[in-house]
Design a protein around this ligand. Structure first.
Ligand code: NAD
Length: 359
C-alpha cells in the first residue's frame, strides 16, 4: 500500500494519472496538490472526488512548507510530479511563470522531500520522487535522424523545454548528491480526455464542433510522436514500480505524425461521425462543415511559431526492454476514443473555453 502526492493532478495528464492509479490500486491513498492555474480544473477530478482515499490540496509547489506538511500529514512515500507550465506558445510570450514553476517549483519539492524523507527520516528507506518530463528537452530532429534515446544530449530550444531540462538536472543532482530516490520519465506528445483545448488535437475537435478555423502553423509538416494519455500513466506506473533509481526512461509508442496529417485525419473522423450519427447535427447545430462532410475546409495556415521544433520522436527501447513497457492503444483506437470523449463531454470543454471552470 502506498500514499501518493501527485502535483498538478488537476491538469490533463495528472488527472488521467489519478483516475488510472485509483482504478488500478484502489487501496492506495492519493493526495493532489494543484495551484489551479488556467490549465488546472478541479472538475477533472470529479470521478474520484468522493473516494475516501482521495484528498485535494489547493496550493503552490513553490510553497515548500506546505509540501513538507502534506508529506508528513499524509505519510507520503511516493511523490509524482506533473505540475508545470506546459504550453510552448505561452512560454514564448511569458517565460517567467515557466522559470518559477518548472525550475523553482521543482526545486522546492526536492527540498521538501529531502528534508522530510532524508533529514527527518520519515520513509527514509522507502520513498520515491518521480519526475514527469518531456521529449522536448532533447531539442529537434532532422527527417532521417534516429529517435531520441536516454543518452541523446539535451538541447532544449524553447523557454518551456529549457525550464523542463533544468528541472530534470535538479532531480538528477538530488539523487547524486543527497541520495534521494528519484526516477524521471520523458514522454512524447500526449492526447486523450481532459486535454485543454489550446493544444492541437482538442483544439481541432472543438473548433470543428463550433465551425471555427483550424489553424496550422507554417507548412504543418512539424512531426510529433503521439501517445494516448492512459498509456503514459501505465508507463509511469512501471517506472515507479520497476525503474532503477536515478535513471531516466523514455516513454513513447513509435507513432510519428505530421501536424497537417493529424488535422486532416480528425476532419475525416468528424465527417464520418456526423454522417453515421444524424442526431449529432441536432446536438451540434454549429458544426456546419462537419455536417456537410467537408470539415477540412476549415483548415487555415497561420504564421509559424518562433523557433518551432521540426520533429520529435521517442526511442522507447529502454522502457520496452527493462520494464516490459508497451502501449495498449493504437493511434486508431486512441484517437477514436478521444473524439468520442469530446462529443460526450461538451459541458466540460465549453466551460473550459468560457473560463467559468476557474475557482
Ligand atoms: P497541464 O498544463 O494540463 O497541467 C499542469 C497542472 O499543473 C495544472 O493542473 C496546473 O494548475 C498545475 N500547476 C501549474 N503550476 C503550478 C504550481 N506552481 N503549483 C501547483 N500546481 C501547478 O499539463 P499536462 O499537459 O498535464 O502536463 C503535465 C506534465 O507532463 C508536465 O510536467 C509536462 O511538462 C509533462 N509532459 C506533458 C506532455 C504533453 O503532451 N502534454 C508530454 C510530455 C510531458
Amino acid at each position: 500500500m502506498s500514499n501518493l502526492l501527485v502535483t498538478g493532478g488537476a491538469g490533463f495528464i495528472g488527472a488521467n494519472f489519478v483516475h488510472y492509479w485509483m482504478k488500478t490500486y484502489p487501496q492506495d491513498k492519493v493526495v493532489v496538490l494543484d495551484a489551479l492555474t488556467y490549465a488546472g480544473n478541479k472538475a477533472n477530478l470529479d470521478p474520484v472526488a468522493e473516494n475516501p482515499n482521495f484528498a485535494f490540496s489547493h496550493g503552490n509547489i513553490c510553497d515548500t512548507a506546505l509540501v513538507e506538511t502534506l508529506l508528513k500529514e499524509h505519510q507520503i512515500d511516493t511523490l509524482v510530479h506533473f505540475a508545470a507550465e506546459s504550453h510552448v506558445d505561452r512560454s514564448i510570450t511569458g517565460p517567467d511563470a515557466f522559470i518559477e514553476t518548472n525550475i523553482i517549483g521543482t526545486h522546492s519539492l526536492l527540498k521538501a522531500a529531502k528534508r522530510v524523507w532524508l533529514d527527518e527520516g520519515l520513509n527514509k528507506e522507502n520513498h520515491r520522487f518521480h519526475h514527469v518530463s518531456t521529449d522536448e528537452v532533447y531539442g529537434t530532429l532532422g527527417p532521417n535522424d534516429p529517435a531520441f534515446s536516454e543518452t541523446t544530449p539535451y538541447a532544449p530550444n524553447s523557454p518551456y523545454s529549457a525550464s523542463k531540462a533544468a528541472s530534470d538536472h535538479l532531480v538528477r543532482a538530488y539523487h547524486h548528491t543527497y541520495g534521494l530516490k528519484v526516477t524521471t520519465s520523458n514522454c512524447s506528445n500526449n492526447y486523450g480526455p481532459y486535454h485543454f483545448p489550446e493544444k492541437l488535437i482538442p483544439l481541432v475537435i472543438t473548433n470543428i464542433l463550433q465551425d471555427k478555423p483550424l489553424p496550422i502553423y507554417g507548412d504543418g509538416q512539424q512531426i510529433r510522436d503521439w501517445l494516448y494519455v492512459e498509456d503514459h500513466a501505465r508507463g509511469i506506473d512501471l517506472v515507479i514500480k520497476k525503474g532503477r533509481l536515478g535513471e531516466c526512461y523514455n516513454i513513447g509508442g513509435i507513432n510519428e505524425w505530421a501536424n497537417f496529417d493529424i488535422v486532416k485525419l480528425i476532419c475525416e473522423l468528424m465527417n464520418a461521425k456526423f454522417s453515421e450519427t444524424p442526431e449529432l447535427a441536432e446536438s451540434f447545430p454549429d458544426a456546419q462543415k462537419a455536417q456537410q462532410g467537408i470539415a477540412q475546409e476549415l483548415i487555415t495556415h497561420v504564421t509559424d511559431r518562433a523557433g518551432h521544433d521540426r520533429r520529435y520522436a521517442i526511442d522507447p527501447a529502454k522502457s520496452n526492454d527493462e520494464l516490459g513497457y508497451e502501449p495498449v492503444e493504437s493511434f486508431a483506437s486512441g484517437i477514436r476514443k478521444t473524439v468520442q470523449w469530446y462529443l460526450n463531454n461538451r459541458s466540460w470543454w465549453q466551460s473550459v473555453l468560457s473560463g467559468d471552470y476557474q475557482i
